[in-house]
Ligand binder design. Structure first.
Ligand code: GUN
Ligand code: ZN
Length: 438
């Protein structure tokens, strides 16, 4: 079988730059090559060193003007919300009722679910996102649709059926028992089938009864390697409502912990308003946070304090999510840009290295996938994005005066978007190639 090799500048994170020196966190090869076989990275190194070892019939693709990076990993996104992206004027609870629930209710239509799932997966790949943790709707068919779309491209995807049995429209709610039964059937049908991974998905404490959270915990006990995703502490009215609904619990985090939903397999979207005590519980249990800055700005939820959350004394693991359709872009480059700006408003300037970490290895770590994706290392799965730092006249002008790699990468993440994604490879197969500029 002909092997594939990608040659060009290579940039990849190998460790957490919030906790390690940049020089210990990054690999950069100005002229590198990635040798791929059976969907895995067989070898990676300087082209000059590996050139003579490459098989004579190798399919060698050269991207001298691009940067090869690990595919981006979106730690939190809702596929049924693509059509309501950019909906006007509401904060979280009103936004859910006015736009989100009606949109999600339409996914009982399996044909619609298939069509939107296909669009969604293509859009991820067009943006260089090769893996994502995806919220579906309460309809089990919505999960089948997105896993089928991912499977057709051999894409590593996590997804789960929304569990929601309370305080939501009648056409969307399940029951504690039906949500357990449906989730269990989906786990049996999809978990670890190819590159599909099931994620138990209670929407959030406001739309789950105690009985439902109890059964979500039961699923996590029964299946030791499924993940869990939910939302926490995104909006102040939401935090107050959670306290009203669960008055016996010490705080919002304690609600989830009480039902066995806080451990290293769990990732919670937002976490903007978590107290020190709650952050400590996240750290001690190994639970993770998906930081979703475009959504937090757009819905007006607040400013995530990444410096506090990642404090080296008790660093909570954080990945980066778009949270489309509360979030406003599929582009992880745009999402990095907004993470930078949000940190600026909290008085710290994230480095480019830290931002690229959040969008790749950080998200992979937060989703328990770091042994597979998020980094370009021998043995990892060959999910690779070819980033063009000169994709537009403005980007070219900016790149041409950059005096260092960090300067180039920083300006790129601030100004770039899907136009800079020249190509996307999933498990060593080309799945997206940008149309040539006219
Ligand atoms: N909290 C509960 N559900 C949602 C959702 O769909 N989007 C966002 N941003 N927050 C939520
Ligand atoms: Zn969300």
């Amino acid at each position: 079988m002909t092997q594939l090799a990608l040659r060009g500048p290579i940039y990849s994170l190998t460790a957490d730059p919030f906790l390690n020196a940049p020089s210990d966190s990054v690999v950069y090869l100005s002229d590198g090559v990635i040798l791929i076989r059976d969907g895995l990275i067989l070898e990676i190194g300087a082209y000059a060193q590996l050139r003579d070892t490459l098989p004579s019939d190798i399919d060698l693709r050269h991207y001298p003007d691009a940067i090869l990076m690990p595919g981006f990993v979106d730690a939190h996104i809702h596929y049924p919300q693509v059509e309501i992206i950019g909906s006007y004027g509401a904060q979280l609870l009103e936004w859910l009722n006015k736009y989100t629930f009606p949109a999600e209710a339409r996914f009982v239509d399996k044909e619609r679910a298939r069509r939107i799932a296909d669009f969604f997966v293509a859009e991820l790949l067009r943006n260089g996102t090769t893996s994502a943790s995806v919220f579906c709707t309460s309809a089990p068919g919505s999960v089948d649709a997105v896993f089928q779309a991912a499977q057709r491209r051999n894409m590593l995807l996590l997804a789960g059926k929304m569990m929601m049995d309370s305080h939501a429209p009648a056409n969307l709610v399940d029951t504690a028992q039906s949500s357990y039964d449906d989730s269990k059937a989906l786990i049996e049908g999809w978990h670890k089938r190819g590159r599909c991974f099931y994620t138990v998905t209670p929407r959030f404490a406001l739309t789950s009864s105690p009985a439902q959270l109890e059964l979500a915990g039961a699923l996590m006990r029964e299946y030791s390697d499924v993940r869990l995703q939910s939302h926490i502490s995104e909006n102040r009215a939401e935090v107050a409502r959670a306290a009203e609904l669960y008055p016996a619990r010490k705080h919002y985090t304690d609600i989830y912990e009480h039902y066995g939903l806080l451990d290293a397999r769990a990732i919670y979207g937002h976490g903007i308003h978590l107290s020190e005590d709650e952050l400590r519980r996240f750290y001690e249990t190994g639970a993770n946070i998906a930081h979703c800055p475009t959504s937090n700005f757009f819905i007006g939820s607040g400013l995530f304090d990444i410096k506090k959350v990642r404090d080296a004394a008790r660093p909570v693991t954080v990945g980066l999510g778009t949270d489309v359709g509360g979030g406003t872009s599929f582009s992880m480059l745009q999402t990095m840009s907004e993470a930078y700006k949000m940190a600026q408003l909290r008085g710290i300037s994230l480095t480019a290295t830290q931002c690229y970490y959040l969008a790749t290895l950080g998200s992979a770590e937060a989703l328990g996938l770091a042994d597979r994706v998020g980094s370009l290392r021998a043995g990892c799965e060959a999910d690779i994005v070819v980033v063009d730092p000169r994709a537009t006249p403005l980007l070219k002008m900016r790149a041409d005066v950059a005096e260092s790699l960090d300067e180039l990468l920083f300006a790129l993440m601030i100004c770039a978007d899907d136009r800079s994604i020249a190509a996307t490879y999933v498990a060593g197969e080309l799945v997206h190639e940008r149309e040539a500029a006219v």
